[in-house]
Design a protein around this ligand. Sequence first.
Ligand SMILES: Nc1nc2c(ncn2[C@@H]2O[C@H](COP(=O)(O)OP(=O)(O)OP(=O)(O)O)[C@@H](O)[C@H]2O)c(=O)[nH]1
Ligand SMILES: [Mg+2]
Length: 391
Amino acid sequence: MSIQYGEPDMAGSYGVVDSFPKDFGYGGDEAGIDDDSSASADTQPRILLMGLRRSGKSSIQKVVFHKMSPNETLFLESTNKIHKDDLSGSSFVNFQIWDFPGQVDFFDPTFDDEMIFTGTGALIFVIDAQDDYVEALGRLHGTVSRAYRVNPHINFEVFIHKVDGLSDDHKIETQRDVYQRANDDLADVGLEKLHLSFYLTSIYDHSIFEAFSKVVQKLLPQLPTLENLLNIFISHSGIEKAFLFDMVSKIYIATDSSAVDMQSYELCCDMIDVVIDISCIYGPIEDGGAYDKESLAIIKLNNTTVLYLKEVTRFLAVVCVLREESFERKGLIDYNFHCFRKAVHEVFEVGCRTQRNGGRPDDSLTSSTSTSSSTHAPNHRNYASHNGSMM
Ligand SMILES: Nc1nc2c(ncn2[C@@H]2O[C@H](COP(=O)(O)OP(=O)(O)OP(=O)(O)O)[C@@H](O)[C@H]2O)c(=O)[nH]1
Ligand SMILES: [Mg+2]
């Protein structure tokens, strides 16, 4: 079959199926953070969604980025041309997501793999775990080996998808089997260097958001710096866990270095839904947005835990989990948050300036744009310490 290349379907984005208003966010450029929202589509990094027909590619894209409820995906029609979804301007995730038709034929002369794979940051291959996946493994092998030859820098991500129908044992067994067979196939053709990452996903729980978070994080050059900033912020504030969330997609683009437990992550996601839904329904209409500079929410749970959400940038919010006793020192948390917020803005300002200089660091910032994870971290002395004394 011949492939058609669809234009970015902005009309469908954040409109029909979404609960977010089109003008989600607040106007005016904030510290240059989304300066490159007007960048040409071709210069944005791409995430490709590939896999066999009916494996769930379009559902993933709709659920994660367009707030479609999982049940609605039952009515999605089969994709017949590449659907390019441009998220810049509406989400921190400043990528293009390309949703491919399942029946894409790599041997078709109209399939321009140079054009498609050059400039691609991540290739997500979706395998339907509820189906017989032998054919999918063959297609995975063909796809990644072809893409790797064009662009060896692509991150190859395999979503073992629709695992909601599988028992826990079956999930682990399927993951082990897929991992083994996919890597054996690559080793057979001397592609041992090609690294595949595997995730168990379903649109019916938070696993798809978690997996997408990891995919996006790998593409963020600022990740080590953000992690470092979150570590400093929580350790000085008596916070147990903190996530930096993209409010539109509920993808977390960074978290502190303690292990992520699914329950905390799900609670934080639910809190975002509550905040946005309440603001959308009851917020002042003239403000337009469900999320702005003033956005702040505190929810006390019945197990002495507190959830704390606060705006960081136009698209990002920090969501923290902490004990009630730590929250008694709210002034301290607010002060440290202020330092953290300022530092995050600095990180993205530097990134924008570097981009404008064609990848070269700004002369005046040369010393602060090296890749070390601590370079943008503000001086520890700026933070007030949770044990009472100033650092
Ligand atoms: N149980 C379950 N079903 C899912 C999941 N994700 C998607 N589906 C269902 O899978 C079916 C196919 O989903 P699509 O998103 O259209 O699949 P696709 O890969 O885009 O298909 P093509 O466009 O034909 O290539 C739909 O009925 C979805 O509801 C999941 O996580 N669990
Ligand atoms: Mg589709």
